[in-house]
Write a protein that binds this ligand. Structure first.
Ligand SMILES: Cc1cc2nc3c(=O)[nH]c(=O)nc-3n(C[C@H](O)[C@H](O)[C@H](O)COP(=O)(O)O)c2cc1C
Length: 359
């Protein structure tokens, strides 16, 4: 009797899980179709971290890897794309920063290498850049910081949008992911929208999909992937950190603006505050004009991400990380990270199903 009962309930459990799986398929179908992937999970481009190994690992595991071009030259980008193509047959994207002085050449490299998706980050892209991506046959994703920008980007030709909240690692805007999602997801339905910033588990993925997102983008959660080339010290800093350790950079004077960057607080972050005071003092003493002082402040972080990610200097470098760093507790293969996220998502969906229907 007991045996019979447990067989029945296992069968019921299986039915429920398969219904939950089907629901997840339905929720992110638009995102998967847009990306050409098994899951609508994008691995957000991270300068120095998102190179061929991590990008290919994410795409091979059913996600969508994105190469971070950062300040690469067109020749270096070409080599990175070719290196990635050698490691995966699956689709992946390239993230280009709009203020790169050779943006047009970089787009050309993507087009000539038949990259299927280009992400234009770091400011509103020009009509010329948008046209070049689209005429080259690639799909275009852009970041929408507000609903108005989102609508404008869609009018200009963006094929999909990414909304990234202030919980994210790296350069951030002022608004949280949960608010951006409420502002933008109900408004913009004509293109797929991917939600980024602060996502560390599958339950959160489900919530954004249920709110109307077509998929998600995660950065921080992938830094400690086995395939990530980030230095062991960088990964250790992630594994040790709690959510509250990942803080935006501090600006001490509105006349000397600092673009907020979220990173794990370390010696460099603490010195940066004192350094700004010092430079501003020297400006007041007439040692620097306004422009020189601003440049001096901006210069502080030049090369800092590379120093931390590649050289492992996590005290004088920049350890960019999002608040979801608190949910990173070990090094794991990329496929296991994606499997965990899916597992959590499916379980969350199964819990939403009425038990009566599956007994
Ligand atoms: C170390 C690091 C470097 C990043 N570099 C870039 C970048 O070069 N270009 C970009 O568009 N976004 C960059 N990002 C943002 C990610 O692509 C992604 O949108 C973000 O990490 C998502 O939020 P999460 O960190 O909470 O998962 C970076 C993030 C991190 C943590």
């Amino acid at each position: 009797m007991h045996n019979k009962h447990s067989t029945v309930s296992t069968g019921a459990g299986e039915k429920k899980m398969s219904a939950a799986n089907a629901r997840l398929e339905q929720l992110w179908r638009r995102g998967r179709e847009f990306l050409g992937t098994q899951t609508a999970i994008m691995g957000g481009a991270m300068s120095w971290v998102s190179e061929r190994h991590l990008v290919a690992a994410i795409s091979n595991a059913g996600g969508f890897g994105v190469i971070a071009c950062g300040s690469m030259t067109p020749a270096l980008l070409a080599a990175e794309i070719e290196g990635t193509q050698a490691l995966t047959q699956k689709p992946f994207g390239v993230n280009l920063i709009t203020m790169h002085p050779q943006l047009s050449e970089l787009i050309e490299v993507c087009i000539s290498h038949q990259v299927s998706h280009v992400v234009l980050a770091g400011g509103l892209p020009s009509a010329g850049a948008i046209a070049q991506v689209k005429e080259g046959g690639a799909k275009l994703l852009c970041f929408a910081p507000t609903p108005a920008f989102g609508r404008k980007l869609v009018r200009l030709g963006a094929d999909a949008l990414i909304i990234e909240g202030a919980e994210a690692g790296g350069h951030i805007g002022p608004v949280s992911t949960s608010v951006l999602a409420q502002e933008i997801l109900p408004e913009i339905r004509d293109v797929p929208v991917f939600v980024a910033g602060g996502i560390g588990r599958g339950e959160a993925i489900v919530s954004y999909l249920e709110m109307g997102a077509s998929g998600v983008q995660l950065g921080t959660r992938f830094v400690c992937a086995t395939e990530s080339i980030a230095h062991a010290n960088f990964k250790k800093a992630f594994i040790k950190a709690n959510a509250r350790d990942a803080m935006p950079s501090v600006q001490v004077d509105p006349n000397f603006p600092v673009i907020p960057v979220r990173a794990i607080v370390n010696d460099a972050a603490r010195r940066f505050t004192a350094y700004q005071h010092e430079v501003i003092e020297r400006f007041r003493n007439g040692e620097f004009d306004q422009k020189a002082a601003q440049l001096e402040i901006e210069h502080f972080w030049v090369g800092a991400l590379r120093r931390a990610v590649i050289d492992g200097d996590v005290e004088s470098g920049s350890v960019m990380a999002g608040q979801s760093v608190g949910m990173v507790s070990s090094e794991q293969p990329t496929a296991a990270i994606i499997a965990d996220l899916i597992d959590q998502a499916v379980k969350a969906l199964a819990e939403r199903l009425p038990s009566e229907a599956y007994s």
